[in-house]
Ligand binder design. Structure first.
Ligand SMILES: Nc1ncnc2c1ncn2[C@@H]1O[C@H](COP(=O)(O)OP(=O)(O)OP(=O)(O)O)[C@@H](O)[C@H]1O
Ligand SMILES: [Mg+2]
Length: 249
């Protein structure tokens, strides 16, 4: 395994807002959202379709810019970063997308290496990519093309790719959304193991209750607002806490 990062990122969001304009309509995708996330926790971001889950991840990852509010990651205000520093910040974040976003013409190994190819790095790219493919259970599949792999395997390649930059924060947008329950469970096991081993902070958007139930904490968005915040590590059985809370709504 590659060297472990010392700890995950701490997130502190205050009064964040993002509005999209579609024709004449203005959509408040994120509406005055305030949220603190402890380093090394795994947070399920839930809510119905269009509630703002992806937008929240994009704003934290600086793929989109917030209209208002501050996003402080380990003491650095991301909303104040410009150009070079913003690029460096983005490189320090791991992204896992719902549809893997692998490059079809590249092998698994080259897909993992691709994001760091333009940069000078202090490690051997190929050796590190091999180690990461091994860590996600894909040793021996380095030369496979995405089309030769199952959905779960492709998602594991995408996770290995997200880990190339040694992220302290992993943003995963429905990482199990396209997988059957067995493959989905494997991918979730993998993410939880990575947190245990590397202390990464993970935000995981999901609409699947059984996925959310295995996280440390669950937040729920409605129309871009935070409407529920549950500590699933509190109390006897996370599944019971989760079901009780779901029934209460
Ligand atoms: N680029 C955009 N332009 C216009 N509207 C957008 C854009 N991106 C998101 N939206 C709108 O913002 C709202 C939140 O979208 P978002 O993608 O964050 O929802 P979501 O919770 O991730 O939904 P899903 O579960 O379907 O992935 C939606 O109403 C969506 O239509
Ligand atoms: Mg989404």
């Amino acid at each position: 395994m590659p060297e472990l990062s010392s700890s995950g990122a701490k997130i502190s969001i205050v009064g964040m807002a993002k509005t999209f304009t579609a024709g004449d309509a203005r959509i408040a995708a994120i509406d005055d959202l305030t949220l603190d996330v402890a380093a090394g926790s795994v947070v399920a971001v839930t809510g119905s379709s269009g509630s703002g889950k992806s937008t929240l991840l994009h704003l934290i990852g600086a793929i989109e810019r917030a209209d208002a509010g501050t996003i402080v990651i380990d003491g650095v205000d991301v909303t104040a970063l410009r150009r070079g520093k913003l690029t460096a910040y983005r490189r320090g974040i791991g992204f896992v997308f719902q549809r893997y976003h692998l490059l079809p013409a590249l092998t698994a190994l080259d897909n993992v290496i691709a994001p760091v190819l333009p940069y000078r790095v202090r490690y051997n790219r190929t050796a590190r990519a091999r180690e990461l493919l091994d860590a996600v259970g894909l040793a021996g599949r380095e030369r496979s093309l995405p089309s030769q792999m199952s959905g779960g395997q492709q998602q594991r390649v995408a996770i290995a790719r997200a880990l190339m930059g040694e992220p302290k924060l992993l943003l995963a947008d429905e990482p199990t959304g396209n997988l059957d329950s067995t493959n989905g469970a494997h991918v979730l096991d993998l993410l939880l193991d990575l947190r245990d081993q590397r202390g990464m902070t993970i935000l995981l958007a999901t609409h699947e209750q059984h996925v959310a139930a295995r996280c440390d904490r669950l937040i729920r968005l409605t129309d871009g607002r935070l409407v529920e915040d549950l500590d699933l590590t509190d109390g006897e059985d996370p599944q019971a806490t989760f079901e009780r809370a779901t029934r209460l709504r």
